[in-house]
Ligand binder design. Structure first.
Ligand code: NI
Length: 187
């Protein structure tokens, strides 16, 4: 196992569209998963996508830390989970703002609108199917990581760049976030 170098915003690998993985059980994919897990744990990240370690393949991993839970049914703490060739389907029109950071955008935090409730499917590292419903932070981290597979970083999802700032300043001067609703939905 080894700790991998993480690409930072501006590197072209982060703007590309990653390719599907034909065989999740291939030795080189297992090695990549092991190295990504070690890298993610080493830096204390909530998630990591293969393009962030310079590999343009559709593979992400993420965890749901207990301190980030929203209290909703499908938002429960989760150890590191591997997701290959993911597909995300929003389950409602509702979005909400929440704070995100990214290992490829070090030192910053931004408030990003994301679907509050999604279904996601894909394969695990043994090639077994995954089919889950996620809400709250769980839904957010999956959307964030899967965006990396299409060359999208969280600032590109932001609609109000006044809500982008340095970690220390946002901790010192907290900004309350409102919940967004689609037109016609109950606010
Ligand atoms: Ni990221």
């Amino acid at each position: 196992m080894s700790i991998l170098k993480i690409a930072r915003m501006g590197h072209p690998i982060l703007r590309g569209v990653a390719a599907a993985i034909a065989d999740p059980t291939a030795p080189e994919i297992r090695q990549l998963v092991d190295d990504m897990i070690e890298t993610c744990l080493d830096v204390g990240g909530a998630g990591l996508a293969a393009p962030q370690v310079h590999v343009p393949l559709r593979l992400v991993l993420f965890r749901v830390p207990s301190e980030r839970l929203s209290g909703r049914e499908h938002d429960t703490a989760m150890e590191l989970s591997v997701l290959i060739n993911p597909v995300i389907t929003p389950l409602s029109d509702e979005r909400e703002l929440g704070w995100e950071g990214c290992l490829s955008v070090p030192g910053l935090r931004g408030a990003v609108p994301r679907w509050t409730r999604i279904r996601y499917t894909g394969l695990d590292h043994d090639g077994a199917p995954i089919d889950r419903i996620a809400e709250g932070f769980h839904a957010r981290v999956v959307q964030h990581e899967c965006d990396h597979l299409d060359g999208v970083l969280y600032p590109q999802r932001m609609e109000d760049l006044s809500l982008l700032g340095f970690v220390e300043e946002i901790a010192r001067y907290p900004i309350p976030l409102r919940r967004e609703s689609s037109p016609g939905a109950t606010p």
